[in-house]
Design a protein around this ligand. Sequence first.
Ligand code: ADP
Length: 289
Amino acid sequence: MTQAPAAVRGAAIHCDAVVHLYPNAGGDVVALRGVDLDVEGGTAIALLGPSGSGKSTLLALLAGLLRPSSGHVLVGSHDLTRCSNRQLLELRGNEISLMVQEPMRNLLGFATAVQNIEFAQRGVRRRRRQPLPFGPEQLLERLGMAEVAHDTVAQLSGGEQQRVAIAAAAAVAPSLLLLDEPTSELDRISRDRVLELVLTVHRELGTTLVVVTHDPAVASAMPRSVSIRDGRIGAEGRSGEEYAVVGRDGSVQLPSDVLGWIPAGTLLRVHRHSAGVDLRSPELESDGD
Ligand code: ADP
């Protein structure tokens, strides 16, 4: 980077009882069933969970692309649920940057890699009236793509397109950067370069980072992970420690590996003590005798 990075204020996230339904002729699909989530501004989290658990829906809500069926979504000082469509468009242009899955949905196929990034930066630079910290060529070089910087994006491989899409999303120095499976098409070397770039943006600029991923290497590079299952946040990982999250209704999701030996429907006895509760299966206890 040639210019000193200008700090942005990483946007805090606050989701309050967020429910999202997709209307469907055969019955509505409930994608999120009451998500409560707080992320401090300037932090980085990985969003984990099986396919269909609601991760992309949550990202689309955080980007203001969808409106929740109920509940509130706040990004920085903006309550996205109360913003007009125009305000949401402005937020997406200025502060929130989303890279969706399938790289070409983020890109102009007929333009070159550099032009795609310039296009992403153009409006933001004008509105902020100050230079952006990353130039297109530097970003592409950091991602090992200097040689294809002036190639038309439609002619690039899937992995190269993915890296251009990430560069374009990061290039605007957003206060919130949302990436949906950014390394799904990449080999290990490219994945490491992408990780380094997004963590640089996060650390040097203060950008809040939310990365949906199935890649354990990406997840472990984030200081905090949040796991969604069946439209609910069930677990968190912080500094390598695993935590279950107590839902508003008192529900707690057991880790999926535990479900292998304590299946749904198992009766667990609740033992209260000063540090919390233990859940014990009388059957398993007697098996162990
Ligand atoms: P993930 O990102 O974890 O794979 P999604 O947020 O894409 O999960 O999907 C959550 C649920 O919502 C799934 O059951 C999925 O089939 C459903 N879903 C997602 N998008 C739509 C849509 N546009 N219309 C109807 N159902 C949808």
